[in-house]
Design a protein around this ligand. Structure first.
Ligand code: PEP
Length: 253
């Protein structure tokens, strides 16, 4: 049985003070939640201050970063390493988010290096994949997902499913208010699970969590999260407010 994971990607929002306020609200409101895992992904500068709150409150919330560099250190101005993230309290990292792929032109092979680094340092990567609107309209969704999975996971070895999480995030649904229908999400997730089975066998694929991301809100969370292959949500906009994030977590799936 796969436990749902509800993850909040705060993107480039929240100053240190604002991030601590939100973390405190979430820790207080969600302390009883044991039916799902919860994770939040603040900006780099907010990680450590948010970690202080999480520890103070002995919270069940996991902490992760939104990106990282594949190298362990060196002359990479403006970048951050896995060990730096771990030292700030992160246990997870989002990799290959569509904003990284499309705005910062990250390729599958670069993301592949990051996935390997995350795994070797003990950070759990949430690998994001997803098609553009034109690709969906021209019937290329599965082809795109297969290319991203094969490229980003090339030569990646895992022996247990808790080491890696996938997020299916159709690009046309991110930040647009237009979510995939539950049927579209289920179809894509099932396809991705079949691909994962080709990589690591049926047992691991059945235990790997595949999150859906793209305009998840309190009013659509239940229908998306109740699909058999949807194992949680990666939430952007609606995770910036304690009330809406809590409603998604408690939407009864
Ligand atoms: C995201 O940032 O990964 C995301 C899915 O954003 P939103 O929920 O705002 O569409």
């Amino acid at each position: 049985m796969r436990k749902k994971l509800i993850a909040g990607n705060w993107k480039m929002h929240k100053t240190v003070n604002e991030a601590q306020i939100l973390a405190r609200q979430l820790a207080d409101r969600l302390s009883d939640v044991n039916f799902a895992d919860i994770a939040i992904f603040p900006s780099f500068v907010d990680l450590y201050p948010v970690n202080v709150i999480i520890r103070e409150k002995e919270s069940n919330i996991h902490l992760g970063a939104q990106n990282m560099h594949p190298e362990s250190n060196g002359a990479y101005t403006g970048e951050i390493s896995a060990d730096m993230l771990i030292s700030a309290g992160a246990t997870m990292v989002i990799l290959g988010h569509s904003e990284r792929r499309h705005i910062f032109l990250e390729t599958d092979s670069f993301i592949n290096r990051k996935v390997k680094t995350a795994l070797s340092t003990g950070l759990v990567p949430i690998l994001c994949i997803g098609e553009l609107l034109e690709e969906r309209k021209s019937g290329k969704t599965e082809q795109v997902l297969e290319k991203q999975i094969n490229g980003s996971l090339k030569d990646v070895k895992i022996n247990t499913a808790d080491k890696l999480i996938i997020a299916y995030e159709p690009v046309w649904a991110i930040g647009t208010g237009e979510n995939a229908t539950p049927e579209q999400a289920q179809q894509a997730h099932k396809f991705v699970r079949e691909l994962l089975a080709k990589h690591w066998g049926e047992d691991i694929a059945q235990n790997l969590r595949i999150l859906y991301g793209g305009s998840v809100k309190p009013n659509n969370a239940q229908s998306l999260l109740s699909q058999p292959d949807v194992d949680g949500a990666l939430v952007g906009g609606a995770s910036l407010d304690a009330d809406s994030f809590e409603k998604i977590i408690r939407s009864g799936y």
